[in-house]
Design a binder for this molecule. Sequence first.
Ligand code: KIV
Length: 300
Amino acid sequence: MSIFPTGGNGSTSENTKVTVPDLLQRKSLAAGSQNKKITCLTAYDYPTARLVDEAGVDVVLVGDSLAMVMLGHDSTLPLTLDEALHHTKAVRRGVARALVVADMPYGSYHGDISESLRNAIRFVKEAGAEAVKIEGGERRLELIARLTEAEIPVMGHIGLTPQSVNALGGYRVQGKTPNAAEQVLRDARAVEAAGAFSIVLEAIPRELAAEITKAVRIPTIGIGAGPDCDGQVLVLHDLLGLTFQNPPKFARRYANVGEAILKAVREYCADVESGRFPTDAESYHAPANVKGRKTIAIAR
Ligand code: KIV
């Protein structure tokens, strides 16, 4: 249950809870008009979720990129269901307004459909997600339909799907040849037909993303797919400058938080080493009558 009332007309004002129908309505209102784009960012823990939500983002995605940016793996593949649930719970506690979408990790929806459904239900029931994201187009048709039937809104993800890194042979732009572009378009149509409420388009040519955005009635959320999508998503740590490799071409860096952390920690170490931290004002003091006793009460 939300602490905020919903807008009811698809508009999502600054303190109106964002819902799946609002996002769908924003797409339908956008037809022929200049509607406000959908903003989406990843978050993986309570403080960043709170800040991203307070800044007014529409959708907070607990991306499986957490395997790389938070847990130090070199792909998203090792992330476990329990790890993803744990981080989604923390994000849920930090978000009041945005729609919380949980990315299903590799292996949690690749086998039996009933087991995949049970795993998706855990994100909703235990972690408080309002939707799940799954990678793959035509081959996920049946699964998306089953999840939707079970009242779980699904965000699709096509184009470059990082969980397919081994099959794709690397992280490469997809849909560059006419046949490949045709396949991405078919994937988009399949995801829509199966009942998904939005689709992430990752690393595809801008022109193809524009064509898909026109062809489907659900919002497209681009990452490395150019400016014509209905919304944009980035990995928060790329935007903040809190990663250890060069960010991809499409990721704009808005801050250098990594540098700020280094500077703060170096200053702290220098202050401790030189005796400048802590000062007397940053110390507790014993009440006058117990000074010198072995056990003293904490005085504020
Ligand atoms: O895991 C992730 O962060 C994602 C987005 C970048 C779309 O899938």
